[in-house]
Design a protein around this ligand. Structure first.
Ligand SMILES: [Mn+2]
Length: 329
């Protein structure tokens, strides 16, 4: 009876006011997990709020119930955060990943619940953490079952969204038979495959295709062919009239050629920072590489953000990547 999922569920059952949140720049897994749990807790009559650092990207506006999400403002939310009976952090390993609200989270008095599949954590006293899970939504499914609420089509579709999103349609190496079984259960419970896939992968702005063409033709690789990388600058985004959200999936394309073991996407930010996105395969573990630059993530997918000149950062990161590969042999 002391399973982590039972302890998390009991904590939520014992709480009246519950605040849900996920990492800044929220994605399909964090938002799917949050809306699924929002629906489940609402069924139990809980007073639930979903507060996030950023507005929800258009790509996820199809999620049922996503309109309840609130963009964090310290003057209107800090009191709610400090008084909530429980705060649930989803799909994030550290409070700092929540962005501006992390100070308020650190000083909150309620139960600090974490449901996540990332390694390394500094926050939370009631946890369901499993780094082998392919998505946080896989773990939220356990909570929904433990809460003994009905898995409505809305909940099923939210969870299915996170499973599809985080595995890039069941293609990433952390996809397991459990992932497939759970996804099948969600379809049986009423999730619409067509609706989710149209929203996630079939609703890009036209400019993404043009930018994708430029990105692919500009890909570079090292002399060994083991490292492949591409750079997206602000001027590229302006030219194709898109924002950085359309870059989702680009780094995976860079990993798709024979012999490539490490792919890197460098993205120039608006305010002097450079986003680093890493993907690895074979013997290459990329979260250690991301940690060198202040970031983190999973073994095969990780990222970081670094301030500075993009040309210099590219050189530094490529040197570190080369060192990593010489260690990985
Ligand atoms: Mn995730």
């Amino acid at each position: 009876m002391n399973k982590p999922s039972s302890l998390v569920a009991q904590t939520l059952i014992d709480s009246r006011t519950i605040l849900l949140t996920t990492h800044k720049d929220p994605d399909g897994d964090g938002l799917g997990a949050a809306t699924a749990l929002y629906h489940a807790l609402s069924q139990l009559g809980k007073d639930v709020r979903l507060i996030i650092n950023d507005p929800v990207p258009q790509r996820y506006s199809f999620l049922y119930g996503i309109e309840v999400s609130e963009v964090y403002k310290n003057d209107s939310h800090d009191v709610a955060i400090s008084h909530a009976d429980a705060i649930v952090l989803l799909d994030a390993a550290t409070a700092s990943r929540t962005g501006r609200m992390h100070r308020a989270l650190l000083s909150a008095s309620g139960h600090k619940v974490v449901i996540d599949h990332h390694p390394i954590r500094e926050w939370g006293d009631v946890k369901l953490v499993n780094t082998k899970a392919a998505s946080t939504c896989e773990l939220v499914e356990q909570i929904v079952v433990a809460l003994e609420v009905e898995i409505t089509p809305q909940i099923a579709e939210a969870l299915y969204t996170g499973m599809v999103y985080d595995t890039q349609c069941f293609m990433t190496p952390n996809t397991t038979s459990i992932t497939h079984k759970l996804a099948a259960q969600m379809l049986t419970a009423g999730a619409s495959l067509e609706r989710v896939h149209d929203a996630l992968f079939g609703s890009w702005p036209q400019g993404r295709l043009g930018l994708q063409g430029r990105f692919l033709s500009g890909l570079k690789s090292d002399t060994s062919g083991r490292i492949s990388w591409g750079i997206i600058k602000q001027e590229d985004l302006h030219e194709y009239q898109v924002d950085a959200a359309v870059l989702d999936g680009f780094v995976n394309m860079a990993l798709s050629t024979a012999g490539t073991e490490l792919a890197i996407l460098f993205t120039e930010g608006k305010t002097g920072e450079v986003g680093l996105s890493f993907r690895g395969r074979g013997g290459v573990v990329v979260n250690t590489l991301a940690e060198l630059f202040g970031g983190g993530g999973h073994r095969r997918a990780a990222g970081a953000s670094v301030k500075g000149d993009i040309e210099i950062i590219v050189c530094e990161v490529l040197q570190a990547a080369t060192d990593l590969l010489s260690e990985a042999k």
